[in-house]
Design a protein around this ligand. Structure first.
Ligand code: PLP
Length: 390
């Protein structure tokens, strides 16, 4: 093998995703883009707010713009702007030295996991979960262990409590959730915090909570609790990929609760781990987001699509919980095999992702980061596929 043995499985998994992506492209070439209903990707189509472009233009024309190296954790004034925002919005009491600017949420996850994990330690994640976690765990040399969720995809606190062992270093959660759209409540998060604290004491080893929050701002009228308040030993991380529709620009950050055990040491390590992969987050977009704290895309656009999609799928007979956040629907497959049902949808030119890919067999994921018309025009096909199997 010309590539590392340990890479073979990772390449196979990546090529499955690429195959799906390429299949979408070839179907669009064959049938015309308007006749293919591609719900497979979480790539925001809502344009960034106008102020993003204006901020970039102002920066490019300003004499103070910087293109050079900077301290690896990011520009001090940008880290300060993020800390100020978190303190104002959530009373986080975080200082700028506990903020590290990163290449998206993926960069923040890589930095944090590599800073925290010893080789062979466990990351515990509730299933279903975002597939990228497999890759980040791999890079950190850690094991990703799943724990089941409740039937409505909220946290199963008892299952989590039983799944934690002396080898667990990190609990990783994501709310609003990809793929389920669930937003965890303050009560369940407080219960989780109590379980993590008790387990840390029991095993004589601090278990850290990583809260992956790229969809925090995409929530539909529900509270998304701030995580430092539910468990002190928490690292929150996020990006501007979804809330500002800047996914390709690779910009995000991680922030460590000042009350977390060894917070300063973790921040220092995360600042070093990013030098090992990408040195620092992109300079131009750091400077831009420093000026854009609190700005988000128009969430009303996603809410309208969610409502339209839910209504159409419900009328067609599908079963699902109405998502409270993110831009995904996770309906139950009307037949046992989600893999088979996704192929049946494909016959209607509908592209969906089988839940099995997220460790959520029996379901399938639909991203509604697509134009309204794609949703409207697809509903006939969804009904046909449902009627075909029922
Ligand atoms: N975490 C979750 C749950 C995601 O859905 C994604 C991207 O879709 C990421 C992390 C990575 O985000 P980014 O593109 O900002 O690196």
């Amino acid at each position: 093998m010309p590539i590392a043995d340990k890479m073979v499985k990772m390449v196979e998994a990546a090529s499955m995703i690429r195959k799906m992506f390429e299949e979408g492209i070839s179907m669009k070439e064959k049938y015309g883009a308007d006749n293919v209903f591609d719900f497979s990707l979480g790539n925001p189509d809502v344009p960034p707010p106008a102020v993003v472009k204006q901020t970039l233009m102002n920066l490019i024309n300003s004499k103070t713009i910087s293109h050079g190296y900077m301290p690896n954790p990011g520009y001090p004034h940008v880290r300060q702007a993020v800390a100020d925002y978190l303190n104002k919005e959530y009373n986080a009491k975080v200082t700028s030295d506990l903020v590290v600017m990163t290449a998206g949420a993926a960069g923040a996850l890589n930095d944090t996991l590599r800073a925290l994990m010893n080789p062979g330690e466990d990351i515990l994640v509730p299933a279903p979960y975002f597939v990228g976690y497999n890759q980040y765990a791999f890079v950190a040399g850690a094991n990703l262990k799943t724990v089941s969720s409740l039937p409505d995809f909220h946290l199963d606190i008892d299952a989590i409590s039983s799944a934690i062992t002396g080898n667990t270093r990190v609990m990783l959660i994501n709310s609003p959730n990809n793929p389920t759209g669930v937003v965890y409540t303050r009560e369940e998060l407080l219960s989780l915090g109590r379980v993590l604290d008790a387990a840390s004491k029991k095993f004589g080893k601090r278990i850290y909570l990583i809260s992956d929050e790229p969809y925090r701002k995409i929530a539909y009228g529900v509270d998304v609790p701030f995580m430092f308040d539910v468990y002190p030993h928490t690292i929150v991380l996020t990006s501007y990929s979804k809330e500002l529709s800047l996914a390709g620009e690779r910009i995000g950050y991680l922030a460590i609760n000042p009350e977390a055990e060894d917070a300063a040491m973790i921040a220092g390590a995360a600042g070093v781990t990013n030098t090992m992969m990408y040195v620092n987050a992109p300079a131009l977009f750091q400077q831009a987001v420093g000026l854009l704290q609190g700005v988000t895309v128009d969430i009303g656009i996603y809410k309208k699509r969610r409502d339209m999609f839910c209504e159409g799928l419900y009328e067609a007979g599908y079963e699902f919980d109405v998502p409270e956040g993110a831009f995904y629907l996770f309906p139950k497959s009307p037949i046992e095999s989600d893999l088979e049902f996704v192929n049946i949808l494909k016959e209607q030119n509908i592209l969906a992702v089988p839940g099995t890919g997220f460790s959520g067999p029996g379901f399938f994921r639909l991203s509604y980061a697509v134009p309204d018309k794609t949703i409207q025009d697809s509903l006939k096909g969804f009904k046909k596929a449902f009627d075909y199997v029922k």
